[in-house]
Design a protein around this ligand. Structure first.
Ligand SMILES: Nc1ncnc2c1ncn2[C@@H]1O[C@H](COP(=O)(O)OP(=O)(O)OP(=O)(O)O)[C@@H](O)[C@H]1O
Length: 353
């Protein structure tokens, strides 16, 4: 799915916006606080119905505080036109596709988008939650059954945790374990399949960007690999009762990223982190495109930050080769894009093109 026209009304510093877009690479150029990131935020909103900056919907409203709207005319792989709209009012956030109300899950599937922005360094530096959700984004778009397994798992986990906190009988607690184990094993399997499918591409992107080292990506399931999840839950039950929480399962999975057999956390530079994330993102998008026939939108905020010119060139040439649509922000025009993409000048909530 590509966005051919982006419209917004009272979204942060943009009063009214109507922008025709390129189906390939779009570059937003402007000074600090011009509104470049806000444009990426609009596109992200059309997929997730929220901002990636952690803002609540009220904070996204411009001076006319009562509402904001983002709207996109899109085109699917067959060239069929659709419309997507996200609107916030005092009644909440309303989502529409072709004029009809849709759920947030349906919106998520309509126009997949993923962002690479400065805050994403936490995927490498911080706890496993960020790596899990980064990977799960790809798994979800490749294999839609992931969401159903995830819902089953979350429900069973919630129930078991509640019983653990209330220190109910082992019989009651164990009643949720078959469901937890079955859905948990499915999640683990789908994550593993996805990682296995993208591993060659991740490594070849890393080599293309960084040109050095042996990188490995190992998923630890969240329970001991020699045991089934059902057995692990049973074995951990007394400890879980003591702690009041389920301590094994895919919600405790960890993706370990190593370069030359050592953990990359706190060991690779900011530029290397950015290129590592770009390699993972491009590989996931490639896999989604291959399986689904629809290439996710890539959003890349503050493109030049932390990258020396030759690394910028490598990343930009990867985006130029990307068959899907991408959006990049930068302070300056990028000469390599002159003939290949569309450039937009952003100035205090206005866009020139
Ligand atoms: N709800 C809002 N209403 C009006 N203006 C807002 C709102 N939220 C943020 N802004 C303004 O938007 C501007 C920031 O926009 P944005 O973050 O998109 O800029 P940017 O071009 O990405 O900047 P930088 O390159 O410095 O990251 C700030 O001037 C801020 O005051």
């Amino acid at each position: 799915m590509r966005i051919v026209q982006l419209k917004a009304d009272n979204f942060r510093l943009f009063d009214q916006l109507s922008l025709p877009l390129s189906g390939r690479l779009n570059l937003f150029v402007g000074e600090n606080a011009a509104g470049k990131t806000t444009l990426l935020e609009m596109i992200y909103c059309l997929n997730r119905a929220r901002s990636f900056r952690g803002s609540v919907p009220t904070e996204l409203a411009g001076p006319a505080r009562k509402q904001w709207t983002v709207f996109a005319a899109t085109e699917d792989a067959e060239g069929v036109r659709h419309s997507l709209g996200v609107q916030w009012t005092a009644d909440g956030v309303a989502l529409r596709c072709n004029g009809n109300p849709i759920s947030s899950l349906e919106l998520l599937q309509q126009c997949p988008a993923q962002i690479l922005e400065p805050g994403m360094h936490r995927v490498v530096l911080e706890g496993p939650t960020y790596r899990r959700s980064f990977i799960d984004w790809g798994v979800f778009h490749v294999e839609h059954s992931f969401m159903f397994a995830w819902r089953r798992y979350r429900r069973a986990l919630k129930q078991r945790n509640q019983l653990l906190r209330l220190r109910r009988s082992e019989q009651e607690i164990s009643a949720w374990e078959p469901e937890l184990a079955e859905s948990g094993e499915i999640l683990d399997q789908l994550r593993r399949q996805h990682l296995q499918s993208i591993a060659p591409a991740v490594n070849s992107w890393i080599q293309a960007f960084l040109g050095e080292g042996q990188w490995t990506f190992d998923l630890s399931s969240g329970w001991k690999s020699e045991s089934s999840l059902r057995n692990a839950l049973q074995q951990q039950r007394s400890r879980d009762i003591e702690l009041g929480a389920t301590t094994v399962g895919p919600h405790r999975a960890e993706l370990k990223i190593r370069a030359d057999e050592r953990s990359v956390r706190n060991r690779i530079s900011r530029g290397q982190q950015k290129l590592l994330l770009a390699a993972m993102l491009l590989s996931q998008c490639g896999e989604i495109g291959r399986v689904r026939g629809a290439w996710p939108i890539i959003l890349l905020d503050d493109f030049t930050a932390e990258l020396a010119p030759r690394y910028q060139d490598r990343l930009i040439s990867a985006l130029l080769d990307y068959p899907g649509q991408s959006f990049v922000t930068a302070f300056e025009p990028i000469p390599a894009l002159d003939s290949a993409g569309a450039m937009f000048h952003v100035e205090h909530g206005k866009v020139r093109y």
